[in-house]
Design a binder for this molecule. Structure first.
Ligand code: C2E
Ligand code: CA
Ligand code: CA
Length: 727
């Protein structure tokens, strides 16, 4: 199998060939993984890492002359690393329960006493004598402990090298500790720092006194997630060792990459007593500079250039094109349905898809092109010299076609698509940022077309985008500046056309733009979350209006208010509605909530709960735009609703289209069977009203009976009703 294997050449293959191709592909992938692993291995085995490995062995043997003990506040040993018994000259089998305090020399007893009784400082150095009379040094720390209030941790080592084998080892150890260019840190089982060497200070910028009693978390860069540390601790628990690269932060805030090797020692019961960590600053060594550059500029998952390097390359390509009067094509690629895979099958599978895709992407483009990953499932291809639309379309199509074959992961076939947006220098912009933005906009348009498509940037896209931003900005101010108002459309009873209710409809009086209809801003308000404050304003304004009509002595009527799914799914929705009803003294029975059929059919637990609670309070629920969603009869039956609003699209041609009539008829029949009320919206003609009355619809709403009206005009209608009423 040659590495020049071009995926795009494999478009017109028969199905058995496709199977073979999938097999070849996985062979290739395995090959790629092997090479990557070998590379990683070579890097891990670099000269500095090897030195650390040697030194850590010395340190480990040196641990025979050093050890960590944890005692309770009476100085009774609770935990001890293996070397401790030897250091104290005590019997290893009876080390637990021994009083360590009695090894402290008389002159230092007082300081220890103070520390234990929390009178003195949190850390102190003391002198001890072993049973055999050997002088020992001890560093003692009082550390807060969630279980016992506090614990006392001791780091013991021999005061001076004694003759013989142990002595030599001890001397080597002491030298290594003091003079090593590698940073060394000793902690207890809980990670409390007990000791650091001079190189630690040099690398991290922290003096030993500043970190004693703290945990290594103070070095954390925030670059690794919980999973990274979880694996590190797992490895320490399983094998007593961890090594690898880790990004840490110096005292001055600078983030750096270090090679870290940690060893754990455990007591005779196998529980860890101390950790010894040795590390070096990878960037400090010139041979590693390239690698640091590589790490900083490449995406660690796919190995492709990352956003920073991509921008850099794009800028270079633009500069070059400018000099020679050439062009640069930029393709912005976003995977379709990737989120679904990630959410349902997990990140590991998602990562595999991204790796596989990056491999296919690299092979779909020319050697002179740069493929990069911006993050998530967003990739770009920089194609210098590609000017003609046809050329670019061919590349885009190759990328889309490379996804015709599924990714086979864990024996599962996974299909994803790609939306590609294209921007070209100089036609669509002359800076890297501008081109990236335009290509992104074009990609959104491709996505909007249902994905698996390629779109070129054009001005209308830019204009639409600018328009969206403009509306959003204006809408944020609209609420605060009182530019929103409600109009009310009559709802009448079939038969006598008596006014039974109104639907509140939102209007935006936008300075310089006239009246903006809701269709032009509600979807945006929903997307940005602005619908929450706006929706609450609508509810309150509608209820205040009911109160105003009531105060004017007018007959009461039902007020229908449109509610977006996002509002209904808010956990506070019911309490907000209750507060508004109370505040405006509105009887709950006068309020009706309209929610569209399609929104009701989305999975919403909180939303359904909220509807149930509201109905229990007496608030009515209507399903708006009914017939346009996909409710089954069984589903409708189980929903907490009172009324169905037949969508105006079935009413508009009721008199001429047999299908619409049949649908309207079926909806009403179903509603009657379920004992639901039915209202038809968009009734404009008497003929439509007659047909609807014939199939026993209950109520009408539409221009035939009244357009959405300002509140004064509804008041006139109500006044007239009052006059008509029998005294
Ligand atoms: P909708 O809830 O289906 O409201 C009915 C729309 O049909 C209204 O348009 C109304 O003016 C129009 N209409 C009523 N009768 C007729 C008729 O006989 N013929 C025709 N051709 N149209 C008729 P409007 O006011 O532009 O509202 C459009 C949509 O905006 C509403 O559709 C609703 O989904 C949304 N909307 C309006 N106000 C609010 C609100 O306060 N909150 C939320 N979330 N959505 C709202
Ligand atoms: Ca409505
Ligand atoms: Ca409607």
């Amino acid at each position: 199998m040659s590495m020049e294997f071009v995926l795009g050449d494999l478009i017109d293959l028969s199905s058995w060939q496709l199977d073979r191709y999938a097999e070849d592909f996985s062979t290739l992938f395995v090959e790629y993984q092997n090479i990557k692993e070998q590379l990683d291995h070579a890097l891990r085995e670099g000269p500095r890492a090897r030195e650390i490995r040697r030194n850590i062995k010395v340190l480990l043997s040196g641990m025979a002359d050093m050890g960590v003990v944890v005692t309770d506040c009476n100085g009774i040993i609770r935990k001890a690393s293996p070397a401790i018994a030897g250091l104290l000259g005590a019997d290893p089998n009876s080390i637990h329960g021994l009083s360590l305090g009695r090894f402290v020399i008389d002159a230092d007893r007082q300081v220890i006493g103070d520390l234990v009784l929390t009178l003195g400082r949190e850390a102190t150095d003391v002198r001890l004598t072993s049973i055999g009379g050997v002088a020992l040094f001890g560093r003692v720390l009082r550390v807060p402990d969630p279980e016992q209030g506090y614990r006392i941790t001791w780091l013991l080592r021999m005061a001076e090298a004694v003759a013989g084998d142990t002595g030599q080892r001890g001397a080597l150890f002491s030298q290594l500790y003091a003079r090593s260019t590698n940073g060394i840190m000793v902690t207890d089982a809980w990670g409390t720092i007990l000791s650091t060497n001079p190189a630690f200070t040099e690398i991290t910028g922290y003096a030993e006194a500043e970190v004693l009693g703290k945990t290594p978390a103070l070095l954390s860069s925030g670059r690794h997630d919980g999973e990274f540390y979880r694996r590190m601790w797992q490895s320490l628990a399983d094998t007593g060792e961890w090594q690898g690269e880790i990004w840490n932060r110096r005292k001055n805030g600078e983030i750096y990459l270090e090679w870290l090797h940690i060893l754990a020692t455990s007591d005779d019961q196998g529980s860890p007593v101390d950790y010894i960590a040795m590390f070096y600053d990878v960037g400090h060594f010139s041979s590693d500079r390239d690698r640091i550059y590589e790490l900083a500029n490449h995406d660690s998952l796919t190995g492709l250039p990352n956003r920073a390097l991509c921008k850099d390359r794009l800028q270079q390509a633009i500069a070059q094109a400018r000099r020679v009067g050439g062009s640069v094509g930029l393709l912005f690629i976003d995977l379709d349905r990737f989120k679904e895979i990630n959410d349902t099958l997990g990140h590991a599978v998602g990562d595999q898809v991204l790796m596989d895709f990056s491999w296919r992407l690299v092979h779909a483009v020319r050697d002179t092109d740069t493929a990069a990953r911006l993050g998530g499932d967003e990739f770009v291809v920089i194609a210098p010299g590609l000017a003609s639309e046809d050329d670019i379309r061919i590349v885009a199509q190759k990328i889309i076609d490379s996804l015709a074959v599924p990714f086979v992961i864990d024996g599962r076939d996974l299909y994803v698509g790609a939306s590609v947006g294209v921007a070209v220098y100089p036609a669509h912009g002359d800076s890297a940022d501008e081109l990236l933005r335009q290509a992104d906009t074009a990609m959104y348009a491709a996505k909007g077309d249902g994905g698996n498509a390629c779109h070129f940037f054009d001005d209308t896209l830019e204009r639409r985008r600018a328009q969206r931003l403009d509306i959003e900005g204006g809408l944020r101010r609209a609420l605060a500046q009182g530019q929103l108002r409600l109009v009310y459309q009559p709802q009448v009873a079939v038969g006598d056309a008596r006014l039974v209710g109104v639907e509140a409809l939102l209007r935006w009086d936008r300075p310089g733009h006239g009246v903006v209809p809701p269709d032009q801003f509600i979807p945006l308000a929903e997307a940005t979350g602005l619908i929450l404050p706006i929706g609450e304003w609508v509810l309150r304004a509608a209820c205040l209006q009911l109160a105003a009509w009531r105060d004017a002595g007018l007959p009461s009527l039902r007020m229908a208010v449109n509610v977006a799914a996002r509002q209904l799914n808010d956990v506070d929705f019911v309490s907000r509605v209750m507060a508004i009803l109370e505040e405006t003294a509105t009887p709950p029975g006068n309020l009706e909530i309209e929610i569209t059929e399609s929104q009701l059919m989305e999975r919403m637990h909180t939303g359904l709960d909220n509807l149930k609670q509201l109905r229990a309070l007496g608030v009515a629920v209507a399903v708006d735009d009914f017939g346009t969603g996909y409710s089954s009869l069984g589903r409708v039956q189980s929903l907490p609703i009172d009324r169905i609003k037949i969508d105006k699209s079935f009413v508009v041609d009721l008199n001429v289209n047999g299908d619409s009539y049949a649908i309207a008829h079926a909806i009403v029949a179903m509603a009657l069977a379920l004992r639901l009320e039915v209202i038809a919206e968009g009734v404009e003609l008497q003929e439509q009203a007659d047909l609807l009355a014939g199939i026993r619809c209950h109520e009408f709403q539409g221009y035939l009976f009244g357009k959405p009206l300002p509140p004064e005009e509804i008041a006139v209608l109500l006044q007239r009703m009052k006059g008509d009423a029998p005294c």
